[in-house]
Ligand binder design. Structure first.
Ligand SMILES: [Zn+2]
Length: 129
C-alpha cells in the first residue's frame, strides 16, 4: 500500500493519459491492472501504481503477427505493434491485438500480470545503473 494514490501518480507522470482514463470525475475507480486505449491509438498499461505508455508504430510487411499478450497469431490488420520506453535506453516492441478487450479476456489476469512484469519491471531494473 502506498501513501499517494495511483491516480496522483498517473497524473504526475502522464497527465494526458490520466485525464483520458479517469476523466475529471472525482471518485472514479482507479484501474489496477489492464490495458486501456487512450488517444491517438496509444495504449496505457497499468499495474498497481505503475504505468507504461504504448505508442503505436507504423507496420511494415504482411506477415502474421503473434500477440505478446494472448499469444494468438493474428493477421497484420488485426494486430498492432507498439513501442514502449522501458528505460531511458531500452525500448521494447510489443505486438498486441487491436481488439484489446477480447485479447485481455483471452490472456486473463495472469497474462496481463506477465506482460506488466515484462514491461514495468524493466524500468525498475533500469534505474539501478
Ligand atoms: Zn492478443
Amino acid at each position: 500500500m502506498s501513501d499517494h494514490s495511483e491516480r496522483d501518480l498517473l497524473r504526475e507522470l502522464f497527465p494526458d493519459t490520466a485525464r483520458e482514463l479517469f476523466g475529471s470525475l472525482p471518485g472514479t475507480p482507479v484501474p489496477t491492472l489492464g490495458l486501456y486505449p487512450v488517444a491517438d491509438g496509444r495504449m496505457a498499461l497499468v499495474s498497481g501504481g505503475r504505468l507504461a505508455e504504448l505508442e503505436p508504430i507504423e507496420q511494415k510487411g504482411t506477415r502474421a503477427a503473434h500477440c505478446d499478450l494472448c499469444h494468438v497469431t493474428r493477421s497484420r490488420s488485426e494486430a498492432g505493434i507498439f513501442r514502449v520506453r522501458a528505460t531511458e535506453r531500452t525500448t521494447l516492441y510489443l505486438t498486441l491485438c487491436l481488439n484489446t478487450e477480447h485479447c485481455q479476456r483471452r490472456a486473463g489476469r495472469q497474462g496481463l500480470e506477465a506482460l506488466a512484469e515484462r514491461v514495468l519491471q524493466r524500468s525498475a531494473v533500469g534505474q539501478e545503473d
